[in-house]
Design a binder for this molecule. Sequence first.
Ligand code: NAD
Ligand code: UDP
Length: 342
Amino acid sequence: MKVFVTGGAGYIGSHTLVQLLTAGHEVCVFDNYCNSSPVALARVRQLTNRDMRVVEADICDADALTRGVTDFAPDAVIHFAGLKAVGESNDIPLRYYQTNVSGTMNLLGAMDAAGCRRIVFSSSATVYGEAHYLPFDENHPIAPTNPYGRTKAMAEGVIADWARATPDASAVLLRYFNPVGAHESGRIGEDPDGIPNNLMPFIAQVAIGRREKLAIFGDDYDTRDGTGERDYIHVVDLADAHLAALGYSGAAQGCEAINIGTGTGITVRELVAAYERTCGHPIPVEIGPRRPGDVASSYAATKKATNSLGWCAKFGIEDMCASSWRWQSGNPDGFGDAPHSS
Ligand code: NAD
Ligand code: UDP
């Protein structure tokens, strides 16, 4: 199948490329590298021994996007490109709406021009907001609590309306829980710019000695040990979910939202302990205040993913930590220290 992948050089995109190319699909990546490096694509080529087409451009440039999609004439699109930092979305909301909402509209317009009617979209569990009940199922009310989450909810709505209005269209909205870990080779992984916003890359940087200690954001939540509980999902499992969604989109019409998680919650302290077992030394922590906007617990109902996609997570927390550590210890500065061809 010919698959057009926006944001393919990023963390989740690069892992999905490995699975796509390994499965024999033909790929075109569309990315402006605003939060990624071409080194990631060079490594994907090495890992798979397969090549791919690459267009370096911005999804906000509707003409470039339409040219990219029509030239490649894909059977399906996977749409990863977007901005994802919750804190930053409070400071520069318009840039978030422009990229995540207008960018998605540009992409759907480009697909219309090329006659492509299948899309798999990177959404987020953030769209649910405060839990009315747990686990979150796909019918839980949508009430995001920050601009980033609102852009994802709006993009979901735009895609659903497009699918309703487009004969034979098929859209799958994958609501990711907390993607972590890396490819087993340790050659690609998450490479955050500056101070990591998320827990796992922060723990990894403390473990390698790049940062002194982890601040735990509150230990007085109503959870097993008082720290926040999340549903961490191995990025390779997540990548496989995209291939399952592509298959599903070939048979189904309309628009479906599907959670992608393990269904199991892990607390901050449990994740730190698992990482310590992996790296073999203690990870210094300090209890700090709660982070505004954080919820106590978030984990997925996974029945729909199993029933619709025939997909479920295979990897556990030990695999997530081991692969993260292999990536972090082999690439202490991420992709930054590597020449572009390596
Ligand atoms: P990432 O930042 O590593 O990857 C995003 C990619 O999109 C990058 O390569 C970036 O350069 C590219 N990009 C961004 N804006 C662009 C633009 N205007 N034009 C062209 N390319 C652009 O992020 P990721 O973690 O791989 O996330 C991928 C998608 O999944 C995002 O849409 C994100 O919102 C969503 N998501 C991520 C998480 C997570 O925790 N990582 C959770 C839920 C949803
Ligand atoms: N967290 C923490 N210290 C950090 C980063 C995160 O204690 O430096 C906690 C956070 O409060 C939450 C969990 O780790 O309970 C996961 O946070 P992350 O930002 O990775 O994901 P999200 O909150 O978006 O689900």
